[in-house]
Design a protein around this ligand. Structure first.
Ligand SMILES: Cc1cc2nc3c(=O)[nH]c(=O)nc-3n(C[C@H](O)[C@H](O)[C@H](O)COP(=O)(O)OP(=O)(O)OC[C@H]3O[C@@H](n4cnc5c(N)ncnc54)[C@H](O)[C@@H]3O)c2cc1C
Length: 502
């Protein structure tokens, strides 16, 4: 029997637990114990389901609210669990994004792909950029590539920051007005430090291949349009949207994974406080004082927690994990009566660039973005606060955070000044978002190289090879393959099952 202790009950840890359960069901002699320091499972996935005082239900995701539809891991696991039909897409008929400029909302021009324009008229007419900025962005078409890569070289060999690439190709205003709030906001990172190779390597690839980001995005747009023509949606099929979730919020998949993995093997409200090598085995000390004896340990916790845990047993790995900084943020979810929200509600999001100097980095209109997230006649909004531009945000009290988000919504969106929320929920995320800084992939390669030499140890989670939910889930599954491989267990049946559902 190979006993695995999993530290962390986010989607990475549960992905590992569920995979071990499938391996056991397939006849392998393996088992797990998962410990989660919080009283609940899910980590950065946390859906609050609450009632309006006058009836009706709010489904409010405080951390992740979506995953990229194109990434297969969550769909695959949902199919294995028999809950694929519980997935939902966004409401694309209301899909508009606004950017805050000088305190006002400017609609994102049509044809923008990431931050690059691919349509001339909307670009010429938008007030988002000054004319000098528009001309500067057009220079992307003629500015030569920085250098030509030697054959076989990749983005990783030529890593640079997001800020560096955007500014050299399209100018500072493009960075400040759109790339920073969009890329930096989504990743909770400062584009000045963000590694392109680890986050958007295709931008560096595009520059190599097309000599220009605009030409690269134009080619991508044509390819997407061709694909849509060639493969129109099947009648009755669920409309394909860029983002997906579950009808009951993302927590739904967490709970189903925990049920399937086996709740009897999962302990919440218990943290791992120390990890020691004990001969060929591992000793995991818990906050209860117990010591779990294990063949293998999967640490699926935040980078700072993983660093502390592996420090004694594997200081070189700890040093590398310690180079991954994490930013803090808070999300504030507020629901108002529709009468208190006399504004056009056909949009999903608002982005606030750092140059606007507001601590509110963005707003999602959850009741327009997703079906059935709020009762009839109610508007559900989610404000993002903090991130790299305001790391002190968590020092504020709950009342201060609610008032900060509410007053910004009044000021920017047009919520009535005297409107009081019918439902309010605060989520705090201390050190919640790992930052992939320049050179990140080289450091992760080195972590994995060192880890390969340590039998029965694997790190998982969103700190290493992708910050999104599907990446985190896959990292947990990969960690299982690694530690069982250390014991000569190859998960043939399980892997076949995964391939079939892709
Ligand atoms: C505000 C916010 C919004 C986001 N939005 C999106 C989004 O829309 N789409 C998307 O794809 N991604 C999003 N992300 C990222 C996404 O949420 C994460 O990638 C993913 O949920 C991380 O899962 P994980 O299992 O790696 O880590 P976590 O969810 O962080 O889980 C780690 C767990 O380990 C536990 N733990 C830590 N130390 C110990 C210990 N010593 N003992 C026991 N337990 C321990 C923690 O309590 C935690 O529950 C968002 C993140 C944040 C913070």
């Amino acid at each position: 029997m190979v006993d695995v202790v999993i530290v962390g009950g986010g989607i990475a840890g549960l992905g590992a637990a569920y995979k071990i359960r499938r391996a056991a069901d397939a006849g392998h002699d393996v088992s797990f114990t998962l410990v989660e320091k919080d009283d609940r499972l899910g980590g950065k996935i946390h859906t609050d389901i609450a009632q309006d005082p006058d009836g009706g239900t709010y489904i409010a995701d405080g951390g992740s609210d979506a995953f990229l539809t194109d990434k297969t891991a969550v769909h695959r696991v949902a199919r294995l669990l028999g809950v694929f039909d519980e997935e939902t897409g966004t409401l694309d008929e209301t899909k508009k994004t606004f950017i805050v400029k000088d305190g006002r909302l400017v609609e994102m021009p049509d044809g923008i792909m990431m931050f690059a324009p691919t349509k001339i008229v909307p670009m010429a007419t938008t007030t988002l950029y000054s004319w000098p900025a528009k001309l500067r962005m057009a220079l992307d078409l003629v500015i030569p590539r920085k250098l030509r890569w030697a054959p076989g070289e990749t983005a990783q060999d030529h890593d640079e920051s997001v800020e560096s690439l955007v500014v050299r190709r399209m100018g500072r205003e493009c960075l400040d007005r759109l790339a920073e709030p969009l890329i930096g906001g989504v990743n909770g990172s400062d584009p000045k430090d963000m590694s392109l190779a680890a986050t958007y390597p295709m931008l560096l690839d595009m520059e190599q291949k097309h000599g220009s980001l605009v030409r690269g995005f134009l080619a991508q747009r044509r390819m997407i349009e061709d694909m849509k023509r060639k493969y129109p949606p099947k009648p009755g099929a669920r409309p394909r949207t860029f983002f997906s979730s579950f009808k009951l919020g993302l927590q739904f998949i967490i709970d189903r994974m925990a049920d399937a993995a086996g709740r009897d093997r999962i302990r919440t409200g218990v943290s791992a406080t120390a990890l020691r090598r004990d001969g060929g085995r591992w000793a995991v000390t818990l906050s209860t004082g117990e010591v779990l004896d294990a063949d293998a340990v999967i640490i699926a916790a935040e980078a700072w927690a993983a660093e502390a845990l592996v420090r004694e047993a594997e200081p070189a790995i700890a040093d590398l994990v310690g180079t991954i900084p994490c930013s803090s943020s808070a999300t504030v979810i507020l629901a108002f009566a529709e009468a208190d929200c006399p504004f056009d509600k056909r949009w999903h999001g608002i982005l606030t660039p750092a140059v606007e100097k507001r601590s509110l980095t963005g707003v999602s209109l959850m009741s327009s973005k997703w079906p059935d997230r709020a009762p009839e006649g109610r508007v559900l909004l989610r404000g993002f606060l903090g991130g790299p531009r305001d790391q002190g945000v968590l020092l504020k009290s709950d009342e201060e955070l609610i008032e900060l988000a509410r007053s910004q919504m009044v000021d920017l969106i047009g919520v009535k000044a005297d409107a009081r929320p019918r439902y309010a929920k605060i989520f705090r995320w201390p050190g919640g978002m790992p930052q992939y800084t320049v050179g990140h992939l080289d450091r992760v390669d080195e972590i994995e190289r060192l880890q390969a030499g340590v039998a029965g140890l694997a790190l998982a989670g969103n700190a290493y090879r992708g910050v999104g939910v599907p990446n985190a889930l896959e990292s947990g599954e990969r960690a299982v393959t690694k530690v069982l491989d250390d014991f000569g267990i190859a998960l043939a049946e399980d892997v076949v099952e995964e391939k079939r559902t892709r």
